[in-house]
Design a protein around this ligand. Structure first.
Ligand SMILES: [Zn+2]
Length: 507
């Protein structure tokens, strides 16, 4: 989408720093830079994580739709992320490696590949840059040196720390009650920290043991802090200031407050280098946020195991504003599947009426949202059709209001006054931001069960092996889902001292 910027209405985005809707004004005319906190690759992404990446993908598609040249950076955290946001616990990568008796690099490769496969299945556009933390250790050391030279750090026996009292208004992004924290008991567990909110920039390896991943630094052999990598890589790839930083709402309290502090210390001009902070709300199961740390969790494969297409999950997420908690449930997901199927059936009907040539041309025109020509697709449209384009733009400009965009799509698909070609052309324009393959897929493609061949011996063995691994990792939700899938396919499994055996259930 390479047209002059700011097509349509001004884009309003909810900025967490000011807690207000603010009109998007790019740092550089016609361009938009986005940094999105990426996955820590110690496990599969759960559905809640994936909601965050669907949100950033929608943001990116909307900016493209409105004519900006977008650069998106998403990091891969393969070192430094501790099991607790405070400086406590183990490195998540090292813990997973020890549990699974594999090397840290093996773990990182396996779960990075799984993450990229999930992204592709959800039709999430690949980020322009996807840097790994371990590829940027030297940059992080240099970053710390600059912080140290400017007087923002101090050394404790276990590493280098950031003194949060050296930057103005620390914690504003998270609306942290710093005075309250100082008075509180948390100071007691800070092993020499000057302020309870101070955080680690470089963790020294203990003298009596080696970490699986460690590097030499002026502050001893060790590993970088998690917050540091996002500051370093966002400013490296996007420059300062850049436009938009995204992440899950859980990052607003600690991770992003620390990024702000680091950036201010590094840039030294009283600026945090980020113009808009956008946070997506959680996917919730009952009252609980979905978290990998609590044992069992749902991932995209769990959805596929139920015969539900991954794009149904995308559609499910689009039905809610990214700023509202979204309650996950199988009924809701199945309802979304039915809604998406109706849309696909209607689009197929329009394609048949508009003719194969038109349908193919439009499908190809939106196959790549990065290069699609929105202006060419928008002309000519009859007046009755233009209204829907305006509706789409108004919905998106209202802080990415995807539920409203979906409502407009459903209304236009039901509008019999529209010529089939115009309706199909509009569907193509909606597709650019929704990413539900309106022209590139059929309702039949959504039905995974129909395409799923009966269970073969190889498939059964693979599932049993995966279930055993899941049980070993205490991922009981996954283990149960696999048993249910086998059961539904007529396979009975038995766990015995010799391992797991299986047999066909009597017919
Ligand atoms: Zn981050």
């Amino acid at each position: 989408m390479t047209m002059p910027a700011t097509r349509g209405k001004p884009l309003q985005l909810f900025d967490s720093m000011t807690r207000m809707l603010r009109e998007f004004v790019p740092v550089r005319a016609g361009k938009a830079g986005i940094y999105s906190c990426g996955p820590t690759v110690y496990n599969y992404a759960h559905l809640g994580n994936l909601r965050a990446y669907l949100f950033t993908d929608t943001l990116r598609r909307v900016l493209l739709f409105k004519g900006y040249a977008v650069t998106q950076v998403m990091n891969i955290t393969d070192v430094g992320h501790l099991t607790s946001d405070a400086d406590a616990g183990e490195d998540k990568m090292e813990k997973a490696a020890a549990q699974q008796h594999r090397s840290v690099w093996d773990i990182a490769r396996h779960y990075t590949d799984a993450f990229l496969a999930d992204m592709a299945a959800l039709n999430i556009l690949p980020p322009d840059h996807q840097p790994k933390a371990t590829d940027h250790i030297q940059g992080m050391i240099d970053f710390n040196r600059k912080l140290e030279a400017a007087g923002h750090t101090y050394l404790l026996p276990d590493g280098l720390y950031f003194d949060t009292s050296t930057v103005p208004d620390y914690g504003r992004l998270g609306r942290l009650d710093i005075e309250g924290q100082k008075a509180g008991a948390r100071v007691a567990d800070t092993h020499g920290k000057r302020n309870p909110t101070d955080f680690c920039l470089w963790r020294k390896s203990p003298a009596d043991s080696r970490r699986l991943m460690e590097w030499d630094s002026p502050w001893g052999t060790g590993a970088p802090g998690w917050h540091l990598e996002c500051s370093e890589m966002s400013l490296r790839f996007l420059g300062a200031p850049f436009d938009i930083h995204t992440g899950g709402i859980d990052h607003r309290q600690v991770h992003h407050c620390n990024e702000v502090a680091q950036n201010m210390g590094f840039l030294g001009n009283g600026d945090a280098g980020v113009r808009y902070w956008l946070h997506n709300e959680f996917l919730v199961l009952g009252d609980d946020k979905m978290s990998k740390s609590k044992g069992g969790f749902l991932r995209l494969q769990t959805v596929l195991d139920q015969g539900i297409h991954p794009l149904v999950y995308r559609y499910f997420c689009l039905q809610a504003s990214y700023r509202k908690p979204l309650e996950f449930g199988w009924e809701g997901l199945k309802g979304a599947g039915a809604g998406l199927k109706r849309i696909h059936l209607r689009v197929a009907e329009l394609a048949a009426r508009a003719g194969a040539d038109t349908a193919t041309r439009l499908r190809d025109a939106v196959a790549n949202p990065l290069t699609a020509d929105v202006a060419a697709l928008s002309t000519p449209l009859a007046d009755g059709a233009r209204r829907y384009l305006a509706d789409l733009d108004a919905a998106l400009s209202d802080d990415l209001n995807t539920p409203r965009a979906l409502a407009a799509l459903n209304t236009l698909l039901a509008d019999d006054a529209l010529a089939a070609t115009d309706a199909l052309r509009l569907a193509a324009l909606f597709e650019l931001v929704l990413g539900i393959r309106l022209l590139a897929m059929t309702a039949d493609d959504l039905n995974l069960r129909a395409k799923d061949a009966a269970l073969t011996d190889d498939r059964i063995s693979a599932l049993i092996e995966e279930r055993n691994l899941a049980r070993k990792n205490r991922d009981f939700a996954r283990a149960d889902a696999i048993r249910d899938e086998l059961d539904a396919g007529g396979v009975l499994i038995k766990d015995g001292p010799q391992g797991t055996t299986w047999e066909w259930k009597p017919a």
